[in-house]
Design a protein. Structure first.
Lengths: 179, 184
């Protein structure tokens, strides 16, 4: 029945192949191939220890264990890193307060540069603070004071002049805002 | 081979393989299925020496993997799929190692068939083997099962997990390609 079906099918599709099917396909085997194959396979499998009945660790289990180990290692690494982070010496980064005077390091700026900065940004300074600084600068006797502008009386004088100059240029509205 | 081993059921074979009679179960399995598996593989890889290698690999995989066979499909279906995968892997490796183009590959296969001591078909049969070897893998599988094994489409559908309509179309397409190869 099967043969008739395929032959009927090929008759409609390809008479050439239908005809060819009737012939020997030409494929041969060594004599006793299957007997020898069986003996060979049995011997080979005997030499390889675990048979089909041996308990084998499912791949998913192995991969799960490996995954667990990797997760544990990662957790330990995170904990160690967190511990180090908390235990490390605190770096004090004091935020610059807007209302505090800008401390100009003696070696970083020249007095001219500092003055120029003040001149250009006078409006950003707190006038009360500025006045207090000027007053303090007049009473400082120790030239080793950290604030370079106060150390030099000339600079103080210059600052006074600069301040006058700036104040002269301020409009009334701006003055009112400042006061 | 005894008559008794030929008539061993799949259940008996599996019981032995999964239990303490693995060696005997394996012999019974080979008695029952090795020829069929061999020819399935041979028609895919064409040459006996290649088929021998692939079959041995297949049998080893079957033996080692029988513990995982859950019986959701027939035993032969499961083994056939292993055999087909092994054959396809082999063909892909052969194709990768070959430096010839597709057209040249046909010439290589034809030359090798002429020299093969385990092929003595005439010129037409040689052309058929060469043309079949050039089909895409899935098409070749369908063609072999239908043309050489004369497997009904319904059985093929279960084996390959493909619809009957798709299998018929694939077979018809393969036939047309082979005819075109003959006309060249």
């Amino acid at each position: 029945m099967k043969k008739e079906n395929i032959h009927d099918e090929l008759a409609g599709l390809s008479p050439m192949l239908r005809q060819l099917k009737e012939k020997d396909d030409g494929m041969r085997l060594p004599p006793d191939y299957f007997e020898q194959l069986q003996a060979k396979m049995v011997q080979q499998l005997k030499e390889e220890q675990p048979g089909p009945a041996a308990k084998t660790v499912p791949f998913w289990s192995v991969s799960t264990n490996r995954f667990r180990m990797a997760a544990a290692a990662a957790s330990v690494a995170v904990l160690l890193t967190a511990g180090w982070w908390y235990m490390r010496p605190a770096e004090t980064i004091a935020p610059v307060a807007v209302t505090e005077p800008v401390q100009v390091e003696e070696a970083a700026l020249t007095s001219e540069e500092a003055q120029s900065y003040i001149d250009e940004n006078i409006l950003e300074f707190d006038t009360e603070m500025l006045a207090a600084e000027l007053e303090a600068a007049e009473t400082v006797e120790n030239p080793a004071d950290k604030q370079p502008l106060k150390n030099n009386s000339n600079k103080t004088h210059t600052t006074d002049e600069s301040l006058d100059h700036v104040l002269d240029e301020l409009t009334e509205e701006e003055l009112e805002d400042l006061l | 081979m005894t008559t008794q081993s030929k008539t061993a059921t799949d259940e008996e074979i599996l019981l032995l393989l999964k239990g303490k009679g693995a060696e005997r179960g394996f012999k019974l399995l080979m008695d029952k299925y090795q020829e069929r598996l061999y020819w399935q593989i041979r028609r895919l890889v064409t040459f006996h020496d290649d088929a021998d290698d692939v079959l041995q690999n297949t049998l080893i995989k079957i033996y080692r993997g029988i513990g995982r066979f859950e019986g959701k499909s027939a035993l032969f279906t499961w083994m056939y799929r292993i055999a087909t995968n092994e054959a396809i892997t082999f063909l892909q490796q052969r194709h990768r190692h070959a430096s010839a183009s597709i057209d040249d590959e046909a010439g290589v296969i034809a030359s090798r068939l002429k020299a093969d001591e385990w092929f003595d078909g005439d010129n037409l049969q040689q052309q058929l083997q060469t043309a079949t070897a050039q089909l895409p893998e899935k098409q070749r599988i369908v063609f072999n099962l239908r043309y050489f094994e004369e497997m009904p489409y319904e059985e093929m559908s279960v084996l390959l997990d493909t619809s009957v309509g798709a299998l018929k179309a694939s077979f018809h397409h393969a036939v047309k390609k082979i005819e075109a190869a003959f006309e060249k």
